[in-house]
Ligand binder design. Structure first.
Ligand code: SF4
Length: 371
């Protein structure tokens, strides 16, 4: 298989289109509501409804929409609440708002006729390059390629185009193949055929034995139909770092805890004092304890849903008792097991690691105060 986004095993475009069209004539869908008749307006509405929605779901919505808004003028004149009401249940309501907005633009700027120019179409709200291609080819009878989700799957597999189809280089490779293979004759039928092939045969689990272009399909020959097109990559989980201060008393092993702010992670829980970096920690220690050298401990990792937290503990062992309060914060001395409400899980793990009675250091000049 070739490198990322590079096609391989490109057959003759004419031969590819011929086989796809022959299959379409025998087994494609010819009686969809928006095909009878396939006006630019009806194609446009259907294409928007079909985004992220199955054909069977769209049928009823399309019929009701057309009864109420049979043309651009009635849609443009309608109240948005009525448009949204007819959209209710289809989801992705931005599509309906864009349709309504675009209808008003078409009424104002294009004399109520759905444009037959790709630039004018893609300038309208909610119309991208593939939707414009569908309107131009299926509605206006022009020679334009399409590249919706179904077509991407067929072309990525057949031409062996690796990578996640949303990535720009992969998109470019797919568009290049789509444009090369879209025939000038019977463009509308070919585009509908490609959509049907993706929806009926080249499924997520493809039925390759029923496919008219299986003999030279790259993914099938390589046994990689499960890998192409590549799925959306898993998101990199961001990582945050923090310094946590463990001040531990020698007399009883209690540690200084602070109540966290009510919002944010561990909102309202008691935990160790935290610092953005060692400079901030050392400045705090200098004011409170004078010259002390905190001991770095092994980091503690914790995974949240949206990020990983790496806690770098620094420990100070005290021979006496200190006034450890940070101004304006709730603070107190607690044995880890006695922390009010319990400690956050990674702080609990850290406390367990500290063990029982600590080795102590003498730190003179500390004010006694027990929280
Ligand atoms: S042979 Fe299989 S994987 Fe290849 S295009 Fe046809 S259905 Fe899709």
């Amino acid at each position: 298989m070739n490198d990322d986004a590079e096609p391989s095993a490109v057959p003759s475009s004419a031969d590819f289109a011929r086989r796809v069209l022959e299959w379409y004539d025998r087994q494609g869908r010819h009686d969809l509501p928006w095909q009878c008749p396939a006006t630019p307006y009806r194609v446009w509405i259907s294409e928007i409804m079909l985004q992220q929605t199955r054909v069977e779901t769209v049928r009823g919505y399309f019929d009701r929409f057309m009864q109420r808004f049979p043309d651009v003028a009635t849609l443009a004149a309608a109240d948005i609440d009525e448009v949204l009401g007819l959209w209710s249940g289809l989801g992705y309501y931005a599509r309906a708002r864009n349709l309504h907005h675009a209808a008003r633009c078409i009424a104002t700027d294009h004399g109520g006729e759905v444009p037959d120019d790709p630039h004018a179409l893609t300038a309208l709200p909610g119309i991208g390059r593939s939707t414009a291609g569908a309107i131009l080819s299926l509605g206006h009878g022009r020679h334009h390629a399409i590249l919706d989700g179904n077509v991407k799957r067929v072309l990525a597999r057949h031409a062996g185009i690796e990578g996640w189809p949303v990535r720009a280089p992969v998109q470019r490779a797919l568009w290049a193949v789509a444009e090369e293979r879209t025939p000038a004759e019977r463009t509308a039928a070919y585009n509908q055929a490609m959509m049907d092939l993706g929806a009926m045969v080249c499924l997520r689990r493809p039925i390759c034995d029923a496919c008219p272009v299986s003999t030279d399909c790259s993914a099938r020959r390589a046994g990689r139909t499960a890998d192409i097109p590549a799925p959306k990559p898993k998101r990199e989980i961001p990582r945050r770092e923090t310094i946590a201060l463990v001040i531990q008393r020698s007399e009883d092993g209690a540690i200084l805890l602070e109540r966290r702010p009510p919002s944010g992670i561990w909102g309202g829980l008691w935990s160790l004092p935290e610092f953005a970096d060692d400079a901030e920690l050392n400045a705090w220690l200098a004011t409170r304890l004078g010259e002390v050298e905190p001991e770095p401990l092994a980091p503690v990792e914790h995974a949240f849903t949206h990020f990983r937290l790496c806690i770098h503990p620094r420990r100070v062992l005290l021979a006496g008792i200190i006034d450890g309060a940070r101004e304006g914060a709730d603070t107190g001395w607690y044995l880890p097991e006695d922390a009010p409400g319990g400690l956050p899980a990674p702080i609990r793990r850290l406390a367990d690691r500290l063990g029982g009675s600590p080795h102590t250091a003498d730190l003179p000049g500390i004010n006694p105060q027990v929280g």
